[in-house]
Design a protein around this ligand. Structure first.
Ligand code: SF4
Length: 221
């Protein structure tokens, strides 16, 4: 992994909310974290990255995403910590919602668990603020991520920083860094149910009969 020459050269001016001097940043993977951590680095924000994602299945996928994030943090010089891979707790939290699609109640419960874990980590470290890179993906519901952040704040007293990490050019920069740093291209959100849905969708496309092309249409340019 090699940083592009313009890394941390033109990040948006984003500062910590007043009254806080450090932030715990929940990160699900390097692609979602890239532009956010670049901004924090350039703006001199004192950040600690927290990888806490027991939703990711199978374990080989978990290790791949975790290790890529660790490599990126090491390269840019940001401290990080890794939470427990407590798969049992995650399955218990989403029980009864296995067949639901993405952006459903299952995803809300999944975010709740991960952001509560992050707020507890922050509290343990004496950090008064936390945020998450989860909503940098356009597939995720920012409202659900923020609701999880607010719930974790109410439960722990640690402030949730509800910054929109897609604004101020960060969505484009995210995609640019994914390409330039050649981050691993994930094909599903993370959990086994999301993976099964992705397979089902693919199979459906493969089974669908090819449309008949008429002779007239074949000649169209
Ligand atoms: S689809 Fe993604 S957000 Fe939803 S439950 Fe699975 S891992 Fe969590």
């Amino acid at each position: 992994m090699q940083l592009p020459p313009d890394f941390a050269q033109h990040s948006p001016e984003i500062t910590l909310p007043p009254g806080h001097d450090r932030v715990a940043v929940h990160c699900c993977c390097a692609p979602c974290a890239g532009a956010v951590l670049e901004t924090m680095k350039q703006q001199g924000i004192d950040a600690v990255v927290y990888f806490f994602n027991p939703n990711i299945h199978p374990e080989t996928e978990y290790v791949r995403r975790r290790d890529e994030l660790i490599e990126f943090c090491t390269l840019i010089g940001l401290p990080y910590a890794v939470g427990d891979y407590n798969v049992r707790d995650w399955f218990a939290a989403v029980k009864g919602h296995e067949d639901e699609p993405e952006r459903s109640a299952r995803c809300q419960l999944c975010f709740n668990l991960r952001l509560l874990g992050t707020a507890l980590f922050a509290k343990e470290q004496g950090i008064t603020l936390f945020t998450s890179t989860l909503a940098t993906s356009r597939w995720k519901s920012r409202a659900q991520v923020d609701a999880a952040g607010q719930a974790a704040m109410a439960a722990t007293g640690v402030t949730y920083w509800a910054q929109d990490w897609r604004k101020q050019g960060l969505a484009d920069r995210r995609n640019q860094l994914v390409k330039e740093l050649k981050f691993y291209n994930q094909t599903y959100c993370g959990c086994v149910y999301g993976r099964l849905n992705e397979r089902k969708t693919k199979e459906l496309h493969q089974r669908r009969p090819r449309p008949q092309v008429s002779a007239a249409k074949q000649g169209e340019s």
